[in-house]
Design a protein around this ligand. Structure first.
Ligand code: F6R
Length: 609
């Protein structure tokens, strides 16, 4: 949460930083701000509550000149989202500017000390504390001052600091949250992720735990908190600028929904052997270790959790292993039974979700083997796991996840098939056949996308619904949860997903005349029972919107609207049913005039517990 950019070079610092903030705005949009150091050593700070556009408007009229700049887009934790709590925060003399992502846990004690020493607080933020502490410690060596301050801080933070007396130096520091260096020619960058500087350089280096970066025009030095220089490897970012831009769509999400065939194709691609079987070297487990697994535990949050639920069906079916799927935020509190023979799969698009990270740390402490399924190379989740299986959906900018989720689903099928292949629970021919089915999915997703006009047409009718229910059985159930989550977060409609068989145990009481009920009735063995459930809700006045497989007429008499998807194996249907629900939610949000990419109160990359 919160997006951070730092720049020192020859270009217009304000423009570079604003461009980075535009790409990082998905991380939070409660307020935004920049500090630009002028050639005559004045730190000019501008910040505004609300979305980045508010700040851009002010800066459009009054641009700030200078080639060293830092910037921030905020998801509020300490203090409401007002101008005065926006970052950068400054010290008493306006000579130190700080942007911050994270939470400083001992900030009250630090505030008490600062106030006793005569500092005047001008915000409610924990961040301002850092500016005053740097002010106290600075004696001509900004890096040393920041290192000293970091030693005094408890909690998690990424800090980027500029000082009026340092025209060629931006300092970055991190603990528990991500910070990446962009390496340019005569200019260097800091960002919460690589999209912050992707328009300028694709050479990057990850900053590690408790490291401090000295960013100058001529180069970059990284030290630990004692000031000892540490080496690190740079890497090349495959994504190009186009991947992080809207490409003519009104919202990133609309583009990302269209990119889903590629997200699935790229996630499967390159992982098949010449014999049509799987190689997942990334798993980094010996075949003997894989055969020794006694249970699988999947930990994730939100939509990633729904991918995990689908993964359970696949792994249990193909591998005959017990699988537990846990919401990462609850995992630790149950004292879960995991050990050396447990494979823990941590699913996280961002790879930075605090709940997932804490859960995987807990699992590792119990000696479990942890596999990260993540979209973000070098993310904390991937680095703290034993192994990482990367989904390859490219950068996802819209806050609500679409293409990353479909890629997670594909990855979970791969995990299931690989375990089955190595453990011998499915013979190679069957594994090959499942892989062929999986390979046919990208074209089927393209087909589904081509049929979405009637789904968009439903949006106006659903826009005023006070509530919408989603029902599914088997793998349709996690997708019902996913459909409900998407509609909630995008269109602010109270939506709930239920196992279709469960509604008669209570939720059916919610149904009134006209209540929209979306039923995931894609082909599978339980569809006869689903037909009964559709009849039950319709008899009580529900308006039924049914997602059904081509040629399946069993549900037609009971459907007010039918959304057709092509046929595929029942276990793989989530890869197709997910698409109309995404399109529907985005369309309802648009019909209500809402911001599809940045729903209220949310942020991508949830780095607080
Ligand atoms: C919903 C959504 C969230 C995320 C959740 C986990 O559309 O995007 O529910 O799935 O916050 O995020 P990651 O996958 O980054 O750990």
């Amino acid at each position: 949460m919160c997006g951070i950019v730092g720049y020192v070079g020859a270009g217009a610092g304000m423009d570079v930083v604003l461009e980075g903030l535009r790409r990082l705005e998905y991380r939070g949009y409660d307020s935004a701000g920049v500090a630009v150091l002028s050639d005559d050593g004045v730190l000019q700070v501008e910040r505004r509550a609300g979305k980045l556009a508010n700040l851009e408007k002010v800066l459009g009229d009054r641009p700030l000149a200078g080639s060293l700049a830092i910037g921030h887009t905020r998801w509020a934790t300490h203090g409401p989202p007002t101008d005065r709590n926006a970052h950068p925060q400054v010290d008493c003399g306006n000579r130190v500017a700080v942007v911050h992502n994270g939470t400083i846990e001992n900030f009250e004690a630090l505030v008490a000390g600062l106030e006793a020493r005569g500092h005047e607080r001008r915000s409610d933020t924990d961040t301002e504390v850092v500016a005053h502490l740097v002010e106290e410690r600075y004696d001509g060596d900004l890096a040393a001052a920041v290192r000293g301050v970091c030693r005094d801080l408890e909690g998690s933070f990424v800090l980027v600091v500029a000082h009026a007396d340092e025209p060629d130096l931006v300092i970055g520091a991190r603990r528990n949250l991500p910070l990446v260096i962009g390496l340019g020619e005569g200019e260097n960058f800091l960002g919460s992720d690589v999209t912050a500087f992707i328009g300028h350089t694709r050479e990057a280096r990850i900053v590690d735990q408790d490291q401090v970066v000295e960013l100058r025009r001529g180069g970059v030095t990284v030290t630990d908190l004692d000031g000892t220089v540490v080496d690190g490897e740079s890497f090349h970012v495959d994504w190009d600028t186009a991947a992080a831009e809207k490409g003519g769509y009104e919202f990133f999400m609309l583009k990302e929904i269209q990119e889903q065939p590629d997200a699935v194709r790229d996630t499967i691609g390159g992982r098949l052997t010449a014999e049509g079987l799987l190689h997942l070297d990334e798993l980094a487990m010996s075949d003997e270790d894989i055969r020794g697994i006694e249970q699988v535990v999947i930990i994730a949050c939100g939509s990633s959790y729904h991918s995990g639920l689908v993964g359970r069906y696949a792994i249990e079916r193909w591998c005959r292993l017990p699988v537990h799927v846990e919401m990462a935020s609850e995992f630790r509190y149950r004292d879960p039974v995991v050990g050396r023979n447990t494979l823990v799969v941590a699913i996280s698009q961002s790879g930075e979700t605090a709940d997932t990270l804490e859960a995987l740390r807990h699992a590792r402490a119990q000696k479990a083997w942890v596999l990260a399924v993540t979209n973000t190379v070098g993310s904390t989740v991937s680095r703290e796991s034993d192994a990482a299986l990367y989904t390859r959906s490219g950068p996802e900018v819209a806050v609500a996840s679409t293409k990353a989720v479909i890629a997670q689903l594909a990855a979970m099928y791969l995990v299931g098939l690989y375990l089955a292949q190595v453990r011998g629970t499915r013979d190679p021919d069957e594994v090959r056949a499942h892989l062929r089915d999986l390979q046919s999915i990208p074209d089927l997703v393209t087909e589904v996308l081509s049929r979405m006009e009637p789904v968009r047409a439903l949006a106006g009718e659903l826009a005023d619904a006070p509530r919408v229910l989603f029902l599914g059985r088997h793998v349709g159930y996690p997708m019902a949860l996913e459909g409900a989550l998407k509609l909630k977060e995008l269109a602010y409609i109270s939506a709930e997903g239920f196992p279709a068989g469960e509604i008669k145990h209570g939720p059916i009481a919610l149904i009134e005349e006209g209540t929209p009920v979306v039923v995931l009735a894609a082909r599978h063995a339980l569809s006869a029972k689903l037909v009964n459930n559709v009849q039950e809700v319709r008899a009580r006045g529900a308006r039924t919107i049914v997602i059904a497989t081509d040629g399946d007429e069993s549900v037609t008499p009971y459907a007010d609207n039918i959304i057709r998807i092509p046929d595929t194996k029942s276990l793989l249907t989530p890869l197709l049913t997910i698409v109309p629900m995404q399109v529907l939610s985005a369309a309802v949000a648009m019909a209500k005039g809402l911001d599809v990419d940045q729903p209220r109160n949310l942020a991508k990359s949830v780095t607080v517990e």
